[in-house]
Design a protein around this ligand. Structure first.
Ligand code: HEM
Length: 464
């Protein structure tokens, strides 16, 4: 036997063993296994995971499992199963995200289970609707200052313009002015490092740093930036906003050496979804002239011919612009996170299937929002559908899960809505935009968080 025959025979033996040993129980959901041991269907899945989910659902039905990179991901796609996903005691959020938090922010397992509950309660408590309202005046000042730096006219990539203004403004608001990148070079550097970290976040949550050198470097850069921020807080250099910032609260909550690592994750969570959703909101509005006109009528009426350079925008003003809020929620609906996750800790029964403990249970807000029973003509951008929601009482439309649900629903959601409402109203009041490209498609490459645009979206803008 030559060596090629030996290698081939070994490969056939390994694959047969893999297929035999990974034989699942008769009650298990249909399974996409792939044929490579351990990797399973990771290669096919990884090419365009967002599309893969839809194709697998059409082929295998509403509950199915995907073997990928040593993990079993069981997807649930029926609204009646979402309650179990969010509420059942047999599934667990912390168990599901502990390992990704270790991979992406190097937080040890022990520290994670010790401090995560306090960290979650802290953010939830600091960013209630009432507490988010206290941050509004300062945020408006920051948006004004950074919008002015765009000049009287210009052109560029809309996504980049939004980042240039929002990153420093939101960081100043949540972490303290002394902790926001101050001048253009610092903003550019932060944008570049954050984009690498954010873009690689999903791979980084699964692979060791060794395989992702540029990503690992960006992570180290961000970690050392957050470490410097914390030193400034501890040296009392950040007393500018009057109130204690979210970062100041974090510093008193996390008492082990992983404090900067929690700071990094908090920073990522506060920017990674809200900023691309702002881009999508403006892009959707610009590509729907009637929507744009309707929004502008409300914005102009509420602002009453204010100074366009230093515009004061209060929460009462925002209440006069419900249509702008509908546009934001509609953009969130159409660009909701690709998937969220829980770990099965006790076997659960769904339809006639038993999902074993150890599986990662997955649900896709992106696809859930395309169910025509809840959202007629789901692919259409129709802000008017939000008229049915009781937003005054902070209730979303039934079937809307962009912020997840249950105990671990996004704790930053009220701040996010306030922040986006204020930014979209301000930028459209100050500037007139012309879209130079057609509305890009969402990239299908990631399941974690909001999709980035697949193609370019350039604009020209000038002061109104
Ligand atoms: C449009 C903007 C946003 C969207 C769509 C969004 C969405 C989400 C989703 C889907 C989750 C997971 C929930 C679950 O699994 O049930 C989450 C978690 C989280 N979000 Fe948001 N989010 C947004 C903005 C924000 C902002 C502005 C902040 C902070 C200021 C924030 C902080 C967090 C944190 C800290 C977690 C993790 C909670 C934990 O580990 O306990 N998010 N978000």
């Amino acid at each position: 036997m030559d060596w090629i025959t030996i290698v081939l025979s070994l490969a056939v033996l390994l694959i047969s063993l893999y297929l035999l040993l990974s034989e699942t129980s008769p009650n298990a959901p249909p399974c996409v296994k792939g044929w490579i041991p351990w990797f399973g269907a990771a290669l096919e899945f990884g090419k365009a995971p967002l599309h893969f989910i839809a194709e697998a659902r059409a082929k295998y039905g509403p509950v199915f499992t995907v073997h990928a990179a040593g993990k079993r991901l069981t997807f649930v796609t029926l609204p009646e199963h979402f309650r179990i996903f969010f509420m059942s005691k047999d599934v667990d959020f912390e168990q599901a995200v502990q390992d990704p938090c270790y991979q992406t922010a190097s937080i040890s397992k022990e520290s994670f289970f010790k401090f995560h509950p306090a960290c979650n309660s802290l953010i939830k408590g600091r960013l209630t609707p009432g507490n988010s309202a206290l941050l509004a005046d300062h945020l408006c000042e920051e948006f004004n200052a950074h919008l002015e730096q765009l000049g009287t006219k210009g052109s560029g990539c809309l996504n980049d313009l939004v980042r240039t203004v929002m990153y420093p403004a939101v960081m100043s608001n949540l972490l303290g002015k002394c902790n926001a990148p101050g001048h253009m070079t610092a903003i550019q550097e932060f944008k570049q490092k954050f984009a690498i970290y954010d873009e690689g976040f999903e791979y980084g949550s699964q692979l060791p740093d060794l395989f992702l050198r540029e990503w690992a470097q960006a992570k180290q850069w961000l970690l050392s930036t957050v470490r410097n921020m914390i030193s400034r807080v501890q040296d009392n250099e950040c007393t500018d906003t009057g109130n204690q910032t979210l970062l100041q609260h974090l510093v008193t909550t996390i008492t082990d050496k992983f404090l900067p690592n929690y700071g990094l994750l908090m920073l990522w969570a506060s920017l990674a979804n809200a900023i691309p959703i702002t881009f999508w909101t403006i892009a959707f509005m610009m590509s729907n002239p009637i929507t744009y006109r309707t929004a502008m009528e409300q914005i102009d009426a509420a602002m009453k011919k204010q100074d366009k350079k230093k515009t004061s925008l209060t929460l009462e003003d925002l209440q006069q612009m419900p249509y702008v809020k509908w546009c934001i929620l509609e953009a969130m609906r159409l660009r909701a996170p690709g998937a969220i996750t829980r770990k099965v800790v006790q076997p659960i029964k769904l339809q006639n299937y038993i999902i074993p403990s150890g599986d990662l249970l997955m649900m896709s807000p992106y696809w859930a929002h395309r169910n025509p029973e809840y959202f007629p003509n789901p692919e259409e951008f129709r802000p008017e559908r939000w008229e049915q929601a009781d937003l005054v009482k902070n209730a979303f439309l039934e079937g809307f899960v962009a912020f997840g649900g249950g105990k671990y629903q996004c704790p930053g959601r009220w701040y996010a809505i306030m922040e986006l409402h204020m930014f979209v109203a301000l930028i459209l009041y100050k500037y007139e935009f012309t879209l130079l490209d057609s509305l890009p498609k969402p990239s299908p490459l990631h399941l974690v968080g909001t999709q980035q645009p697949e193609g370019p979206c350039s604009v020209e803008y000038r002061h109104r």
